[in-house]
Design a protein around this ligand. Structure first.
Ligand code: NAP
Length: 258
């Protein structure tokens, strides 16, 4: 049997060296783990968070020391997002070409007891935040005139697909992130920016510190995930190794909700 041209295996770049990666919610949990894995892969990381001190604390954990920067960003606020993007560009000398939308909140209440403020906060941070940051990121990258090859990973949630009791605002926001991912993916692919999302299940972070032990029996793997187990998938989706993945939703759940 002779090998056809279709079977040629090329070697994609497997490093993120020379790339600038901006992570929102980088001061804690999954966002912090993303910063650590992306720095390990060679990226220059812009750690952003609403809490600047938490972002600075993440910097101290990154290999590659002084090249990384911390910037305050409230993802709900357009001017905060645009200022942070500008500051990242100024401090790094170029626009970020990789983005992880990870900032999030989970305000929990049954639908009948959900007040307007908690509904709005879930939507504003998780969904509107992902929109505002993606728009500012893509605008800055495309206007920069640099190689526009970019990639975005949105951190949604498995419950954005399945729904979940007592989490109406949260699940709606994450379902929105899934469909926002697909629309951005369709619009930006032709501009060389790939957009995908990750749907984590139960991950051990400050967000889930107060959780019911009963949840474990719903997870086929029988345990919560570690933030770095999500971050490794994020790094793959940002890397050229996943060059044909566009608009995908990758579940990282230990089997929960499949
Ligand atoms: P986390 O440890 O609480 O981290 C979230 C980070 O986002 C915190 O540093 C938080 O700052 C920051 N943040 C909150 N509001 C912000 C805003 N307006 N602008 C910028 N940053 C803001 O939670 P996590 O578990 O790592 O969650 C990270 C992402 O994964 C979230 O989108 C979450 O919905 C998603 N997720 C988590 C799980 C899980 O089981 N942990 C499962 C599925 C999806 P403060 O601490 O100061 O509020």
């Amino acid at each position: 049997m002779t090998a056809s041209a279709d079977t040629t295996i090329t070697t994609p770049s497997c490093t993120l060296a020379g790339r600038i990666a901006l992570v929102t919610g980088g001061g804690s949990g999954i966002g912090r783990a993303c910063c650590q894995v992306l720095a390990r892969e060679g990226a220059q990381v812009v750690v952003t968070d609403i809490n600047l001190q938490a972002a600075k604390d993440t910097l101290t954990l990154l290999p590659g020391g002084r090249q990384h920067v911390a910037v305050a960003m409230d993802v709900r606020d357009r001017s905060s997002v645009e200022d942070a993007m500008k500051s990242a560009q100024d401090q790094c000398g170029a626009s970020p070409s990789l983005l992880v939308n990870c900032a999030g909140v989970a305000i929990i209440a049954p639908i009948l007891e959900t007040d307007d403020d908690s509904w709005k906060k879930n939507i504003d941070v998780n969904l509107t935040g992902s929109f505002l940051v993606t728009q500012a990121f893509a605008t800055s990258l495309l206007e920069s005139g640099n190689d526009p090859r970019g990639a975005v990973v949105n951190i949604a949630s498995i419950v954005g697909k399945t729904g979940c009791t007592n989490r109406g605002g949260y699940t709606a926001s994450k379902g929105g992130v899934i469909s926002l991912t697909k629309t951005c993916a369709a619009e930006l692919a032709s501009k060389a920016i790939r957009v995908n999302c990750v749907l984590p299940g139960l991950i051990d972070t400050p967000m889930t510190a107060r959780r019911s032990k009963d949840l474990m029996r719903l997870i086929p793997l029988g345990r919560a995930g570690r933030p770095e187990e999500v971050a490794e998938v994020v790094a793959f989706l940002l890397n050229e190794r996943s060059s044909y993945m566009v608009g995908a939703c990758v579940e990282v759940t230990g089997g929960y909700g499949m």
